[in-house]
Design a protein around this ligand. Structure first.
Ligand code: ADP
Ligand code: MG
Length: 497
């Protein structure tokens, strides 16, 4: 059990503009489940792709069974017994389970023809060994997500994998399916296979891992035995850094009730109620799959609500699509600005006024003077760096694109704003600007619901935070109670409320 099968030493990975790994270390023992922990962007996936031969590294060393290795492809890694199950599956949907398991390695008869009988016999044997109830002749396109994943694991066995990497394997699985996965993992361990397991869910890690290694900002922090550590210690190692002064000091005294969502139910959201007051920033925090993003999309009409009701200033409003939600008083910045927020092939001017053209129309004529005046005013106010209102949105940097989205939202002039991941993909300068704009908007009486996986942002900007987990509202934390440790622990199920 103490045999070290894989060792990573001082690995550095530089992408143009980002150093994803600054100093990575890792030691994997035979037959262990080793969890990799770290916040978003810590470098976990990058390191795993390197280990699996899917990505080269800039410098450092990798050893398998004590000998140094250099991989030029996933094939090279597979030859050493290392295989990875990707977050996005990479099987051929039109082919059968067996064909996918032996893709590129189909058994052949003496004359070179494919030995189909042997293919299905071998596949059935491997599936049976894993106690999986999947037909080897089923086409992969007919499998559930969990079954596809199990098929990938079975495939790892067919290539003789001794180390299997699973990157967020449970993200798309139901509780029932997770149980099957964990049983399979136990089974693999018994066979002496090592599992490298990445998950955001602390409860899972403490359930199945033997050891864990924490990374932060691309650096190795520590390796611990599961029995010799606890949630709190792991989380504090993950977050480590202190909140800086990026966030404008917000002083908020609770104003009157502006918005209410009552008993919202829909896919992934179970009976959630929230209220929001004038000038307030309410954070809704949760990991992927917690329902926070889904809830927000139901409120602004981008996802269907099955039951529940939304009120703005005491009036029930229709949120069955985004335009109706806007008309009812709910503006939004979507987490996907390329898809839902901006038309990149159009000018700043068109983007800003797209959803508020009525304001500039007299009879059937568009008052272009007035429209341009508004757009110029927004460009100034938000300090958008552009040559002018006619520049194409697609030519701007990420941060400036996001400011255009804010300009558009301001132009629609709704009392409530929902911001889904408002600073994702923008640099730190633009982040500070966006926080300033948010602060300014609330001072002018707007109320904001903030959804973000950026915990420092959540804590730095929210007056109050509601934590969601598995589609449910778990608890509410006041500004004084907020800390990264607490948020992560509640979000991952590490502490019960
Ligand atoms: P994690 O899996 O821990 O969330 P990642 O390994 O995905 O982290 O990312 C680490 C850092 O490297 C991030 O800042 C990310 O933006 C950057 N990064 C990852 N892949 C690439 C890439 N192909 N090109 C440029 N930057 C990348
Ligand atoms: Mg990742």
């Amino acid at each position: 059990m103490d045999e070290c099968v894989l060792k990573i030493e001082s690995v550095v990975k530089v992408f143009p503009g980002v150093t994803a790994l600054k100093d990575a270390h890792l030691e994997i023992k035979k037959g262990e489940v080793h969890a990799i922990c770290g916040e978003n962007g810590a470098g976990k996936s990058t390191l795993m792709k390197i280990v699996a031969g899917a990505q080269p590294y800039t410098s450092g060393h990798m050893y398998v069974d004590g000998s140094e290795v250099v991989f030029h492809s996933t094939r090279d890694a597979e030859k050493q017994g290392i295989a990875m199950i990707y977050q996005e599956f990479n099987m051929v949907p039109e082919l059968t389970v067996a064909e996918n398991m032996y893709l590129g390695r189909l058994p052949q008869k003496a004359g070179g023809a494919v030995d189909w009988a042997k293919l299905y016999r071998d596949a059935d044997a491997v599936l049976g060994r894993l106690k999986l109830n999947i037909g080897s002749r089923t086409r992969v396109k007919h499998l559930s997500v969990a079954e596809s994943q199990m098929t990938e694991i079975a495939k790892c066995l067919t290539i003789g994998a001794r180390i299997i990497i699973m990157d967020e394997p449970t993200a798309a699985l139901t509780e029932e399916e997770i149980k099957i996965l964990f049983d399979t993992i136990q089974d693999l361990k018994q066979r002496g296979i090592s599992i490298i397991y990445i998950s955001h869910r602390m409860d899972e890690i403490f359930q199945i891992a033997d050891r864990l290694t924490v990374f932060r900002d691309g650096r190795y922090i520590a390796t611990k035995n599961i029995r010799e550590t606890n949630y709190r210690e792991v989380v504090s190692m993950m977050v480590g850094r202190s909140v800086d002064t990026l966030y404008p000091r917000r002083e908020y005294r609770r104003g009157e009730l502006v918005f209410e969502a009552r008993n919202i139910c829909g896919k992934g959201v179970y009976d959630v109620s929230i209220d929001l007051h004038r000038g307030e920033i309410l954070g809704i925090s949760g990991l992927m799959g917690s329902g926070a993003i889904e809830l927000s999309k139901m409120i602004y009409g981008a996802l269907p609500m099955e039951s529940g009701a939304i009120f703005v200033n005491g009036k029930k409003i229709d949120c069955s699509d985004p335009n109706r939600a806007i008309a009812g008083g709910i503006g939004f910045v979507s987490d996907d600005r390329k898809k839902e927020g901006l038309v990149l092939g159009r000018s700043i001017r068109e983007n800003v006024t797209l959803s508020s053209l009525k304001k500039f129309t007299r009879g059937i004529r568009l008052d272009q003077e007035k429209e341009l005046k508004h757009v110029r005013e927004k460009i100034d106010r938000l300090r958008i760096k552009v040559s002018g209102p006619f520049q194409l949105a697609g030519k701007l940097s990420g941060g400036n694109q996001q400011k255009v989205v804010f300009a558009k939202v301001l132009e629609t002039d709704t009392p409530v704003l929902i911001l889904d991941e408002p600073t994702r993909g923008v640099d730190v300068g633009a982040k500070a600007e966006i926080y300033r704009i948010m602060d300014q908007m609330t001072r002018q009486g707007k109320s904001i619901i903030l959804i973000s996986t950026d915990l420092p942002e959540m804590i730095g900007m929210s007056d109050r935070v509601i934590v969601m987990r598995e589609g449910r509202r778990i608890l509410e934390l006041s500004k004084e109670e907020l800390s990264q440790e607490k948020l992560l622990a509640y979000e991952s199920g590490g502490i019960e409320e």
